[in-house]
Design a protein around this ligand. Structure first.
Ligand SMILES: *Cc1c(COP(=O)(O)O)cnc(C)c1O
Length: 425
C-alpha cells in the first residue's frame, strides 16, 4: 500500500468526502522547510494555504524550534485549573501589551472553535452574574464562520455543508452577510432594536474568511461598536483567522477602530506550530465573575490542555519574531504585489467572477455554473505544479505564509493562472 492508501484506510479527514479522498490529489507530508512542504516521495510544494491559515513564519523556523526544545527541558504541560505555569504567565503578559482589549485577561483553550465557545458562555454568564435578566441571545452575521462545535456553529451562518446540523443549532439574530454593503448598518440598527435580549454581538472584524474573504469597509465597524456601547451589549471579535498579522496589522480590530469586550484568538497564535486558542476578556467582563470561593459567579469552564506550556513557549517566541522580523511590513508589501499580479494575470480570465484580498487573505471566485468542481480542479492542477492550494466551493483561496517572498508570490499567481487555463480548456 502507498501512503495515500494507508492514510485513507485509517485517517478520517475533516471537511473531506472520504469516498473520493484519494482522487483529489492529496499530498502526504513528511517534512517542511521554510514555506515549503515535502511529501513522502520527496516532492516539494509551496504552502500557499499556510496549512489552512495557521502558518505565519513558515515551517521548521529555527527560533521557534529552539523555543519548543527549551520548554521541553522544563515541562510540557501542567494544568491551569487552579494553578499557574510560568511560561503561560509570560505569554499572557506579552499578549496583554498588544491586544486591542482594555486590561485583558486570557482564558486559554486549544482550538478556535473552543475559543469562540468560551466567549459565548462568558457573555451569557456576564449578564446572569450582574443580575440582568433576559440577555440570552446573540447577534451574528450571515455567512459568518466561527468554528464547528455546536455553539460556534450556531453563531455561524448557513452553508459550509453544515445545514444538516440545523436542528441542533440554537437561534440567533441574523444580520446580513458582508456581501451586503449595508451589513454593519443593519446590524447596528438590530442592536438598538433588540438590546433587551442581546448578550453579545459576534463578528469577524474586516473580513469573513471562510465565506471566501468577504470584506467589509473598515470604517463601517465603528458604528456597530457605538451601537453596542450605547445599548450596553457586549462585542465579541473573532480574530481566529485575522489575528497575528494576517491582514497587515497585528489585529484586524486595529484597522476597524474596534476595542472588543471579548476577543477570540487562535490559528496563527503559535505560528502554526501547536494547537492553542485564547478568549480575551476586558477588565469589566472579568470583574463580573469575581465572588466568594465556590460561588456561582465562577466561570465553570476549562479544557484539559488549555494553556499548554509547549504551545505557550512557541507563542511567546512567535510574538517576538513578528516584531523583530518586521513581518507586518512584508505582509503589506506582498499584499500590494499579490493584488497587482492577480489583476494582471488572473482577473481577465473569463472564468473569474471576483477577486478579493486583504493582507495575505486572498480569494479568487470562479464562475462554477457549468462546472461545480472548477475551483477544485484548478487547485489539483496547481498542486501538480508544486503549489499547494485548497478550494472552498467556487473559491480558490490564496493565503500564503506572512514571510512569503516576492518571487514566491509571483510563482503562486503564475501557477494559478496556468492551472486555471488547464482546468477550463
Ligand atoms: C478557523 C476559524 C475558527 C475555528 O478555529 P478552529 O481552530 O478550526 O476550531 C473560528 N473562527 C474563525 C474566524 C476561523 O477562521
Amino acid at each position: 500500500m502507498n501512503w495515500v492508501e494507508r492514510d485513507a484506510a485509517v485517517v478520517w479527514h475533516g471537511f473531506t468526502q472520504m469516498a473520493c479522498y484519494a482522487d483529489n490529489a492529496p499530498i502526504v507530508v513528511e517534512r517542511g522547510v521554510g514555506r515549503e512542504l515535502i511529501d513522502t516521495e520527496g516532492r516539494r510544494y509551496l504552502d500557499a494555504i499556510s496549512s489552512l491559515w495557521v502558518t505565519t513564519l513558515g515551517h521548521c523556523v529555527p527560533e521557534l524550534d529552539e523555543a519548543l526544545r527549551a520548554q521541553l527541558d522544563r515541562v510540557a504541560h501542567s494544568t491551569l485549573l487552579g494553578n499557574g505555569n510560568r511560561i503561560v504567565i509570560e505569554l499572557a503578559e506579552a499578549l496583554s501589551r498588544v491586544v486591542p482589549v482594555d486590561r485583558p485577561h486570557f482564558l486559554f483553550a486549544s482550538d478556535g472553535a473552543s475559543g469562540v465557545e468560551q466567549a459565548l458562555k462568558i457573555a451569557f454568564q456576564f449578564w446572569v452574574n450582574r443580575g440582568v435578566a433576559g440577555r440570552n441571545t446573540y447577534l451574528a452575521f450571515g455567512d459568518a464562520y466561527h468554528g464547528d462545535t455546536i455553539g460556534s456553529l450556531s453563531v455561524g451562518g448557513s452553508g459550509f455543508g453544515t445545514a444538516i446540523f440545523d436542528p441542533l443549532r440554537f437561534e440567533v439574530l441574523r444580520a446580513p452577510s458582508f456581501s451586503n454593503p449595508d451589513a454593519l448598518k443593519v446590524a447596528a440598527a438590530m442592536v438598538r432594536e433588540h438590546r433587551a435580549r442581546l448578550a453579545a454581538v459576534v463578528v469577524e472584524p474586516l473580513v469573513q474568511g471562510a465565506a471566501g474573504m468577504l470584506i467589509a469597509t473598515s470604517t463601517e465597524f465603528a458604528a456597530l461598536q457605538a451601537a453596542c456601547r450605547a445599548a450596553d451589549v457586549l462585542l465579541i471579535c473573532d480574530e481566529v483567522a485575522t489575528g497575528f498579522g494576517r491582514t497587515g496589522t497585528l489585529f484586524a480590530s486595529e484597522q476597524c477602530g474596534l476595542s472588543p469586550d471579548i476577543l477570540c484568538l487562535g490559528k496563527g497564535i503559535t505560528g502554526g506550530y501547536l494547537p492553542m486558542s485564547a478568549t480575551v476578556a476586558s477588565q469589566r467582563v472579568f470583574d463580573a465573575f469575581l465572588g466568594a470561593d465556590l460561588s456561582e459567579a465562577t466561570l465553570y469552564h476549562g479544557h484539559s490542555y488549555g494553556g499548554n506550556a509547549l504551545a505557550a513557549a512557541v507563542a511567546l517566541r512567535h510574538l517576538e519574531l513578528l516584531h523583530s522580523m518586521n513581518v507586518l511590513a512584508n505582509v503589506r508589501a506582498r499584499s500590494s504585489q499579490l493584488r497587482a499580479l492577480l489583476d494582471t494575470h488572473v482577473r481577465p480570465k473569463v472564468a473569474v467572477k471576483d477577486i478579493r484580498l486583504v493582507g495575505l487573505m486572498g480569494a479568487v471566485e470562479l464562475d462554477t455554473r457549468t462546472d461545480a468542481r472548477l475551483a477544485r480542479r484548478t487547485c489539483i492542477a496547481m498542486v501538480r505544479r508544486g503549489v499547494l492550494c485548497r478550494s472552498m466551493g467556487p473559491v480558490v483561496t490564496v493565503v500564503p505564509p506572512l514571510t512569503t517572498t516576492a518571487d514566491e508570490i509571483e510563482r503562486i499567481v503564475l501557477t494559478l493562472a496556468a492551472a486555471l487555463d488547464e482546468a477550463t480548456s
